[in-house]
Design a protein around this ligand. Structure first.
Ligand code: GDP
Ligand code: MG
Length: 333
């Protein structure tokens, strides 16, 4: 059963208004982070970020199916916390079930640029530690009409708030995207400056998610081909590269505890182009279905759930909320 639409909804905590002003909804933030039973839990915040119409919300809605199938949540407490995690192989849902959750759709009309958080929070116990899992959908990075400053502000905020930052890209990683990434990460690190002396790498997990991957003969689909593509092609420092390109790569490697990459195949024409497509599995290419499942399991298996840290200290929900409010204030001014 798809619990997604029964138990939660996307809530906008921040949006960019037409004149580049940032509008923050503190009341919504309170609603999500203030549940008494999660205050002292450690935090996982999964964030997906990338251009409009990149299939982000679609991907996140399948992530929600995985989370609802495996973990209890604030709004669905009936599910038992598992002492030993056992994968439910049917988590992806029934073949003809329409996809619900963060709204996603075909079309070219741009949605509001900003950050949405799923109103429900997932609960799990990881190595004896109680954790709360939040899901965040960020809209607008690398859009045709976002400026480099907008891009880096959005990315910086996403990086500051999340513990698993998934950067959704089409076809491949481009040099200018790596440059934005460096610029944004510097921006984010600058925001952290007044939080005391930095200890360890400032940010946790950065995962590149490449859609419509075409070079599967060289690098196979999924997290392992992605890892090889990333290490052998993208991050590799070559003597022939100019020093600027080398600096970008060094900087990114030094800013995140872990960097991963997952490659997804083209999903088929129904998914990519049909306005009638409602997200059901039967309309996806077989290869895509297999890899979608594979990639989400890799990303969200409890062992891979990265906790939010600041200065190497694991933060609680209570602390994270205070930091998010501070970051939002800095970005508003
Ligand atoms: P978002 O704006 O990034 O959140 O994108 P959406 O999730 O709303 O999806 C936009 C469109 O892309 C929809 O028509 C989806 O069916 C389609 N889509 C979803 N995943 C993929 C994919 O991996 N490749 C392609 N080409 N299209 C996809
Ligand atoms: Mg979306």
């Amino acid at each position: 059963m798809d619990h997604t639409h029964q138990h939660g909804k996307p809530v906008s905590i921040l949006r960019f208004s037409g004149c580049k002003e940032i509008i923050v909804d503190n009341r919504q933030l309170e609603n999500i982070f203030n549940h008494p039973e999660i205050q002292d839990r450690k935090v996982v915040i999964l964030s997906l970020i990338g251009a409009f119409r990149g299939g982000k919300s679609f991907f996140l809605d399948y992530c929600l199916r995985f989370l609802y199938a495996h973990f209890p949540s604030i709004n669905n407490p009936s599910k038992q916390t598992q002492t030993f995690f056992r994968k439910d192989d049917n988590w992806i849902g029934k073949p003809d079930e329409p996809l619900k959750g963060f709204s996603w759709r075909a079309g070219t009309k741009r949605e509001t640029v900003g950050i949405n958080i799923w109103s429900d929070v997932f609960l799990h116990t990881l190595n004896g530690e109680n954790i709360a899992i939040f899901v965040m959908d960020t809209q607008g990075l690398f859009d045709r009409d976002s400026s480099p400053t907008d891009n880096s502000r959005i990315f910086a905020l996403g990086t500051l708030i999340s513990s698993i930052q998934v950067l959704n890209l089409n076809h491949q990683v481009q040099e200018d995207q790596l440059q934005y990434l460096q610029f944004a990460t510097e921006f984010a690190q600058y925001t952290l400056k007044n939080k005391g002396k930095m200890d360890g790498k400032p940010f946790q997990n950065l995962t590149f998610l490449i859609r419509d991957w075409q070079n599967c003969h060289e690098f196979e689909y999924g997290p392992y081909g992605g890892k090889r593509y990333f290490e052998d092609e993208v991050l590799k420092i070559r003597p022939s590269q100019g020093s600027e390109l080398q600096t970008v790569r060094e900087y990114i490697k030094n800013s995140f505890d872990q960097i991963g990459c997952c490659l997804l195949p083209y999903p088929g024409t129904d998914v990519a182009t049909s306005p009638q497509f409602d997200g059901r599995l039967t309309q996806m290419d077989e290869k895509f279905k297999i890899e979608l499942k594979n990639v989400i399991e890799h990303l969200l298996m409890p062992d891979n759930l990265t906790l939010k840290k600041l200065n190497s200290q694991k933060l609680t929900v209570k602390q994270v909320k205070v930091y998010i409010e501070q970051y939002l204030k800095i970005f508003q001014s």
